[in-house]
Design a binder for this molecule. Structure first.
Ligand code: C2E
Ligand code: MG
Ligand code: MG
Ligand code: MG
Length: 291
């Protein structure tokens, strides 16, 4: 009876499992082809200093310009790329593309600002990461201080020794390092202080309620204070409203990134934004938050 029921289960599930596997394999092949066909592109989202109101850097965010589906966001393909190891090639493409873009902006006579590149867990433990970065820097003649690398605490904690080794070497090279999506994992800033980060990016799940939920505001305030005492600069991710902006400014957060100022935009649009000298509106005088 057991054998028979497991046989039935097999018959029931097998076609669906094969369909899921087939879809996965198809996506994997498509991703590989996308690299060769140069279907990936980068969008840039500005980061704004809260004191000057000026754009001080940008985060490069990958999109897949799919021939049938249009622009596909990274959450639809980065996880599979990580599982299959394709992230190594995609990641190397991103590093090269950012350096190439920096060189084009410089050739156009524009202002040069640091660009932040996201690194997945696989990449942050990769032994040849440093040589990939060095190679792209040399090829495009980019200054190290104009590159920043973002890693999440889970990426770092997955392979703490390999990541620590890579981060120390990157820091020595002169690029900036940031801790992305902070607050979503289980580590404390104290545990993370062995890694040479320059910036902490507070995850947008805490920023969302910062002007309405006292607990989110308390968490954001604690992260800013702790980060500053460890000599880290703080970026608030996902600022969408004036209220969130004002709270983060009153907490002495250093920078913000989010739809309130701008969504991620194509490279030429970003260049135009920089050139126009677009500024964040100042706070209203006398506005105070008591948290
Ligand atoms: P992330 O590094 O935390 O990037 C920030 C994400 O938040 C981006 O989503 C951005 O578009 C979105 N965002 C920014 N401001 C706001 C806001 O005000 N409201 C809301 N709701 N969202 C906002 P995106 O571009 O879909 O990227 C998602 C994730 O994919 C990134 O999260 C990053 O983990 C990963 N990713 C993106 N590009 C790359 C890449 O080149 N390499 C790797 N390994 N991962 C990447
Ligand atoms: Mg990021
Ligand atoms: Mg983030
Ligand atoms: Mg995120």
């Amino acid at each position: 009876k057991n054998a028979r029921s497991s046989g039935e289960r097999y018959l029931f599930y097998a076609p669906r499992m094969n369909a899921a596997l087939a879809a996965r394999l198809a996506l994997e092949n498509e991703l590989q082809a996308a690299l060769e066909l140069e279907q990936f592109e980068l969008h840039y989202q500005p980061r704004v200093n809260l004191q000057s109101g000026a754009i001080v850097s940008a985060e490069a965010l990958i999109r897949w310009n799919h021939p049938a589906q249009g622009l596909v966001g990274p959450v639809s393909f980065i996880p599979l790329a990580e599982e299959t190891g394709l992230i190594r090639q995609i990641g190397a493409w991103v590093i090269d593309a950012v350096c190439a873009q920096q060189a084009r902006w410089r050739a156009n006579g524009g202002q040069i600002i640091p660009v932040a590149i996201n690194l997945s867990a696989v990449q942050s433990a990769q032994p040849d990461l440093l040589s990939t970065i060095r190679g792209a820097i040399a090829k495009h003649g980019v200054e190290e201080k104009y590159l920043e690398f973002e890693l999440t605490e889970t990426a770092v904690m997955n392979n703490p020794d390999e990541a620590a080794h890579n981060l120390a070497a990157m820091k020595k090279l002169g690029v900036h390092l940031s801790l992305d999506d902070f607050g979503t994992g289980y580590s404390s800033l104290a545990q993370l202080k062995r890694f040479p980060f320059d910036f902490v990016k507070i995850d947008r799940s805490f920023i969302a309620g910062v002007d309405t939920n006292p607990e989110d505001a308390a968490i954001a305030a604690a992260i800013v204070a702790m980060a500053h005492s460890l000599h880290l600069r703080v970026v608030a991710e996902g600022v969408e409203t004036r209220g969130q902006l004002d709270v983060m400014r009153s907490l002495r957060c250093d920078e913000i990134q989010g739809y309130y100022f701008s969504r991620p935009v194509a490279a030429d649009k970003f260049e135009e934004m920089l050139r126009s000298g677009m500024l964040l509106p100042p706070s209203e005088p006398g506005l105070h938050y008591h948290i």
